[in-house]
Design a protein around this ligand. Structure first.
Ligand code: ACO
Length: 163
């Protein structure tokens, strides 16, 4: 198992990882329009963390938009392919995503609209329904969306999440 921080920067290998992620999100998040998934995964303001098998196949990932001036990120998609779920990969994926967000993007908070059936997963990853980030720092940056529960995770600038 390996993790890769992936940007759409025209690197052909990164594009292959992003196509793999787009396919997993489309399958695992059937309520999301496919065009919307494609648009965000390939958007240059978004970053992705790809979870890879030893042979390089993408088996899961997280895509988030980094708002650098506000120091927070919005997780758009998070999924692990069906036959690899409940093996602990979702937890490792989130820890690794926090670590990349903290070190590469200097983010202090993640926000996400969690699907109602994924609230339990996000709670186990340290997300709360209470948002402590000042409203001025995020309002207007993320879209209002009533298909889920807004959740927050605080990341300490000096704590390693993968150590
Ligand atoms: N509800 C409650 N608890 C859950 C859920 C869930 N839907 N999924 C996993 N958990 C729990 C597990 O039981 C485990 O608990 P434990 O540590 O006490 O054993 C813990 O969360 C972590 O489990 P992992 O095995 O690490 O997680 P997994 O690899 O299965 O990945 C994930 C979790 C990403 C949610 C996966 O089930 C998935 O892809 N689901 C379908 C797509 C989805 O719903 N994604 C989130 C949508 S919201 C969004 O993307 C913003």
């Amino acid at each position: 198992i390996a993790f890769r921080y992936v940007l759409n920067n025209d690197d052909p290998q990164n594009l292959i990882f992003l196509v793999g992620l787009k396919n997993i999100f489309s399958k695992q998040l059937p309520n999301m329009p496919k065009e919307y998934i494609v648009r965000l995964v390939f958007d240059r303001r978004h970053r992705s963390v790809a979870l890879l098998k030893r042979n390089g196949t993408v088996i899961g990932g997280i895509t988030y938009r980094a708002f650098h001036a506000q120091a927070f990120g919005e997780i758009a998609f998070c999924a692990v392919t069906s036959h690899e779920q409940v093996k602990g990969y979702g937890t490792r994926l989130m820890n690794q995503t926090k670590e990349f967000a903290r070190t590469m993007d200097k983010l202090t908070h993640f926000l996400t609209y969690a699907d109602n059936n994924a609230v339990g997963y996000f709670e186990k990853q340290g997300f709360t329904r209470e948002v402590t980030l000042e409203r001025e720092r995020w309002q207007g940056y993320i879209k209002d969306y009533d298909g889920g529960t807004l959740m927050e995770c605080v990341m300490h600038p000096r704590i390693s999440y993968t150590a």
